[in-house]
Design a protein around this ligand. Structure first.
Ligand code: F3S
Length: 640
């Protein structure tokens, strides 16, 4: 029986365990990346681990989220990250260089390597044939300190691509179609591996758009083979030596298969407020739009923006539409400026904004109240744009550009316009925004710690009896953004958990933080897919700071579950989902002999008011159980 590409790479990096789905393995981690929003915590943790030098082949600290710098806070964070990066041998990418995933694809990703990033869209690297996984900050700090990462062996879903895309249909439509078929839970515990003849028709940046939004499927990661298109891309980026051809064995066996005929796809949109709420633009109809935002780590590649420029050229953005464009990297922006594409965009009436995450993270460009905003981004959860009552539709760059001209959601296939073929071009490897750590070390580089940077909260070892008051009864699909909002008010405080904790769950229950402070020891009740969305570690750290001991839910999203365990908070799953309805805010729960029960598959939680005992499933691996026992991952590290 042949091997999938996923298992081939995992096997080549395997340090402990066996490749049996559901079991735990430890693999060698070749590379890590961080972005500034999660990175401050990562580097506080790395400092606490007291390591001299990182153990990965390459680690990069990108600054792309909080680049507005309206106060001293962001600048403090950047200086802190730069100083710790230098102390430990990490490359530092200055603000202005671009978005972490686009930059990593261009400059550092390599077929066959493993990459762990403190950002949920790290799977973008799968477009190059890497195993690229998003994780919580502490896992990334550990990967830097030890060069390893432990994970549950995923199942592998095959998405077999046949045919080729028609004009006006693009990679974004492929992943929107897959999301429509598999839903935001469809990839949980799985890697999505793309195969088939149709792969050849997709460039590396097309593939990266698809693997980027594999995060929205809840997948561990997504991956494409490394072939002649990969070689072409790496050559264009000035690093042909990094190419290796990789593919699954022809007789590889997959756990599931979905076949997608690319030639049958039409332009699609994910409607408010979920990336899997997908329909064809033809079916949705010509709704009036107020804003179009093009960019993000999903769709800000050179070819994406050249298509946009070609569509806009000689036309005018509709008078009722605000069009903003943020290129993915400094290299792309420079090339667009040289070849006239930037002028075509500006002449059409586009607003060009910094090549950073920007509006994708709600950092500027919030739409007006009640607006319809078309975005080429990857998420459209309520309020992520910064405007709670805005309707955000996720679309391809082609759809975004043609709609900006017409003022209506427009299916380009019906526009009567031809779409010119876009040729990719050669870039040179450029590193003017990179600060190398050479010549520096821990002794000669002090940590630069401005007043915005507060120590990260630490838990205590699990007690014999855990008593907690229910402080929240939440619904299904709670996102990490619901738990710890991340709008422009709060982004500057990513290194200041005590400040952030005041805003924990504020969108769902404005009394949450006050209730926690009164209760002291707290429990949260959650529905299905609790903690979906971004890898935001703060969604575990703020509850930890507020005294949350355990979350009892119907199911958990993968990264958030790990983040809870890393923080020493127990994620427990109702054995009987109907028990969810019996619990209410204010009730007192107790776990007797918690330090013994945590070693069992079933943990009994007693409702002190009613006397009823609920059976909950822990699903803890040996390592996870050890972390819970000692109060989180950082406490499990010697010397920290
Ligand atoms: Fe940045 Fe948005 Fe991607 S915040 S990393 S562009 S998902």
């Amino acid at each position: 029986m042949g091997n999938t590409l996923t298992y081939k790479i995992l096997q080549a990096h395997l340090l402990e365990g066996t490749l049996t789905p559901g079991s735990e393995i430890t693999i060698k981690m070749d590379q890590t990346l961080t972005q500034d929003s999660t990175g401050t915590m990562v580097y506080l943790q790395l400092e606490a681990m007291n390591v001299d030098k990182i153990q990965t082949e390459l680690s990069v600290a990108y600054i792309d989220h909080n680049t507005l710098q309206t106060g001293f806070e962001n600048a403090d964070d950047h200086a802190f990250i730069k100083s710790v990066a230098q102390r430990h041998g990490v490359l530092f990418s200055k603000p202005g260089n671009g978005i972490c995933h686009q930059l990593h694809l261009e400059n550092y990703g390599k077929p066959g390597k493993t990459l762990l990033g403190s950002d949920s869209h790290t799977p973008t690297g799968g477009g190059l044939g890497m195993i690229a996984i998003g994780a919580g900050g502490l896992d990334v700090a550990m990967a830097m300190a030890k060069g390893t990462y432990s994970l549950t062996v995923p199942k592998v879903i095959q998405v077999e691509l046949t045919g080729s895309l028609r004009p006006w249909v693009s990679a974004k439509d492929v992943i929107l179609y897959v999301l429509q078929q598999l839903t935001v839970k469809g990839g949980v515990g799985k890697v999505v591996e793309y195969t088939g003849e149709g792969v050849k028709s997709l460039s590396v940046t097309d593939r990266a758009t698809i693997t980027n939004m594999g995060a929205e499927l809840g997948a561990t990661t997504s991956i494409f083979p490394s072939d002649e298109n990969t070689q072409k891309y790496l050559t264009e980026q000035g690093r042909p030596q990094d190419f290796t051809a990789l593919a699954a064995d022809p007789d590889a066996i997959y756990d599931e298969t979905l076949t997608v005929d690319l030639s049958q796809l039409t332009p699609l949109a994910a409607m408010p407020h979920s990336p899997d709420n997908v329909d064809s633009i033809r079916h949705i109809g010509p709704i009036k739009i107020d804003q179009v935002a093009i960019g993000s780590c999903t769709n800000a590649s050179y070819t994406d923006l050249m298509k946009v420029a070609a569509i806009l050229k000689g036309h005018k953005v509709h008078q009722d539409v605000s069009l903003v464009i943020s290129p993915g990297s400094s290299k792309i922006l420079s090339k667009l400026a040289q070849n006239g594409a930037l002028a075509a965009m500006i002449d059409a009436g586009a607003r060009i904004i910094e090549n950073a995450c920007g509006p994708c993270i709600g950092m500027g460009q919030s739409p007006k109240s009640g607006a319809v905003s078309l975005r080429t981004f990857n998420r459209n959860f309520k309020g992520r744009s910064g405007t709670l009552d805005a309707d955000v539709y996720l679309v391809s760059p082609e759809t975004a550009a043609i709609s900006a001209i017409t003022g209506l959601l427009t299916d380009g296939m019906n526009s009567g316009r031809d779409l010119p073929a876009i040729e990719s071009v050669d870039f040179t490897f450029s590193d003017q925004f990179i600060v190398y750590p050479e010549g520096t070390n821990k002794e000669n580089t002090p940590v630069e710690m401005g007043p915005n940077i507060k120590p990260f909260p630490r838990n205590t070892a699990l007690g014999h009896t855990v008593e907690a008051t229910v402080v929240l009864h939440a619904g299904n699909n709670i996102t990490t953004d619901d738990i710890m909002p991340s709008d422009s008010r709060l982004l500057p405080y990513r290194s200041n958990v005590p400040h952030l904790a005041n805003y924990c769950f504020e969108k769902i229950d404005s009394q949450f933080s006050a209730r926690c402070k009164e209760a002291g020891s707290c429990a949260i009740i959650g529905g299905e897919n609790y903690g979906q969305g971004s890898s935001r570690e703060h969604a575990a750290l703020a509850p930890l700071y507020l005294g949350v001991k355990f979350v009892l839910a119907k199911s958990f999203a993968r990264i958030h579950r790990s983040n809870l365990i890393n923080s020493g908070i127990m994620p427990l799953v109702f054995e009987n989902p109907a028990d969810y309805d019996e619990l209410a805010i204010g009730q007192k729960l107790v776990i007797e002999q918690a330090d013994k029960q945590v070693q069992e598959a079933v943990i009994l939680v007693k409702n002190q008011e009613t006397g009823k005992v609920y059976r909950t499933l822990s699903h803890f691996s040996e390592l996870e159980m050890q972390m819970i026992l000692c109060g989180g991952k950082i406490n499990s590290i010697k010397g920290a």
